[in-house]
Design a protein around this ligand. Structure first.
Ligand code: AMP
Ligand code: MG
Length: 424
């Protein structure tokens, strides 16, 4: 076989690499949103991406809603306190229309429950705590402003208003909203299929007994977990050896999916063949490294070969093999692309801030995402690095619950500093 064309190296800053991924994600979004959908039961819709707009089927709330148990009153009647009002009825939540007084006159009130419709004439609800009822009269000891404790009809949404748009990932709030407008089934995007191809002569499957110099494949499983979390369907390919022909065969197989994730084989070692093989397949590389730690050798590109679809090339990431690098680079780069393939609207990386427990010293030149433990709560959140043996240390990263993010120009972060934290 002729020598493969050399891959010209392009190592970007974290920010530039991320921008490149976001640009590609934006490009594929339009085509995905015109793509395949399916209808699912509302109970199975959590975590899926909505493929149809959901609109209000009627005003929300559909009637002026009392937000308290108490008395619906005319606020002007309470200028002199205590005020004594007639009680002309009782309205509970779900009350039949014919049992609701047509109107409330001056000096009158109705006993009303949370979630019940406020009758016309009343412009406020006094909480039951500020009342004492005797027979058909109630004494009120607190005034109310007009509108107090009432949500006007349609104040949350008007009939026909757009409540949820295509591309929304359905969380519990979105599910509640869909339920509230009668959507027992929802149209969602099909999950993209994501092939996972682990490389390395030393890697054996979980069920095999590793030889003395072999290790078990953990990356395929951490990636499968991350893929599921991001709305994809993982397809685990057999482990590829560090040998071009078989690696190439499996890469072509993986390119038939919507996205191919490779792990290992992207560093500078003599047996790191992933870039070479992709280059032989005429892949286009967007970058071949990012100035981050862990995960510097991460590769991003797209390739026509093996792609089952006629028009679109398949995107791929070559993720470094060290397990913590694999996890971090998935999160930083593969996840936004996968979310776009899943039809989801783009979102920015989110960070929270916490106080650093102990000083951190690092070398400048790379943005770092270091496994850490966030503890405490409310305004007392604290964060500290986990002790680790570098990016191969799976046990350390399993003790961590977040990453401390260190800008590439910082050498020292003193204890007590507010630092950026990226949650898992
Ligand atoms: P590589 O990027 O191929 O040079 O691999 C870097 C390190 O990650 C080596 O120590 C590998 O043994 C390890 N590694 C590679 N792939 C996996 C995997 N699937 N599961 C666990 N460790 C891996
Ligand atoms: Mg390797």
């Amino acid at each position: 076989m002729s020598a493969p064309p050399p891959v010209s190296s392009s190592v970007l800053s974290f920010e530039d690499a991320r921008r490149v991924v976001e640009e590609q994600a934006a490009l594929i979004q339009a085509s995905v949103q015109a793509g395949a959908t399916e209808s699912v039961d509302l109970l199975a819709a959590a975590g899926r991406v909505l493929a149809e707009p959901a609109v209000a089927d009627r005003d929300l709330p559909p009637f002026p809603r009392s937000t308290r148990d108490g008395y619906a009153v005319r606020s002007a009647d309470l200028s002199q306190l205590p005020a004594l009002l007639d009680v002309i009825g009782e309205i509970k939540a779900g009350e039949r229309l014919e049992r609701i007084p047509a109107s409330i006159g001056s000096g009158q009130s109705v006993s009303i429950m949370t979630g019940a419709p406020v009758p016309s004439g009343a412009d406020a609800v006094v909480m039951v705590e500020y009342s004492s009822q005797r027979g058909n009269h109630v004494e009120i000891t607190r005034s109310v402003a007009p509108g107090e404790n009432i949500v006007p009809r349609g104040a949350e949404a008007r009939e026909g208003a757009l409540l949820l748009d295509r591309g929304v990932c359905l969380n519990e709030a979105a599910i509640a909203l869909a339920a509230s407008v009668g959507k027992s089934r929802l149209r969602v995007y099909k999950r993209p299929r994501v092939s996972v191809l682990t490389t390395g002569d030393e890697i054996v499957d979980v069920d095999a007994t590793p030889g003395p110099t072999q290790i078990r494949n953990s990356n395929s499983y951490s990636l499968a977990a991350q893929i599921l979390k991001s709305g994809g369907e993982p397809v685990l390919l057999p482990v590829a050896p560090d040998e071009s022909a078989e690696l190439r065969r499996l890469v072509e197989e993986g390119l038939k999916s919507d996205l191919l994730l490779l792990t290992g084989g992207v560093s500078m070692g003599r047996y790191d063949l992933v870039e070479q093989v992709l280059s032989e397949l005429q892949a286009e590389f967007f970058f071949t490294g990012a100035k981050i730690q862990p995960g510097r050798p991460v590769v991003f590109g797209k390739c026509d070969a093996g792609s089952a679809r006629e028009k679109r090339a398949t995107y791929f990431f070559g993720l470094p093999g060290n397990p913590v690098s694999t996890m971090v680079t998935f999160e930083l780069f593969a996840q936004p692309l996968l979310e776009a393939l899943a039809g989801e609207s783009q979102k920015k990386l989110q960070f929270l801030h916490a106080r650093l427990k102990a000083e951190i010293r690092v070398k400048t030149g790379r943005k770092r995402f270091l496994p850490a433990i966030l503890s405490g709560e409310f305004e007392n959140s604290e964060v500290e690095l986990v002790a680790w043996q570098g990016s191969g240390d799976i046990a350390a990263t399993a003790r961590a619950n977040c990453y401390i993010v260190i800008p590439s120009d910082r050498e020292c972060l003193p204890a007590g500093d507010w630092v950026a934290v990226m949650m898992r």
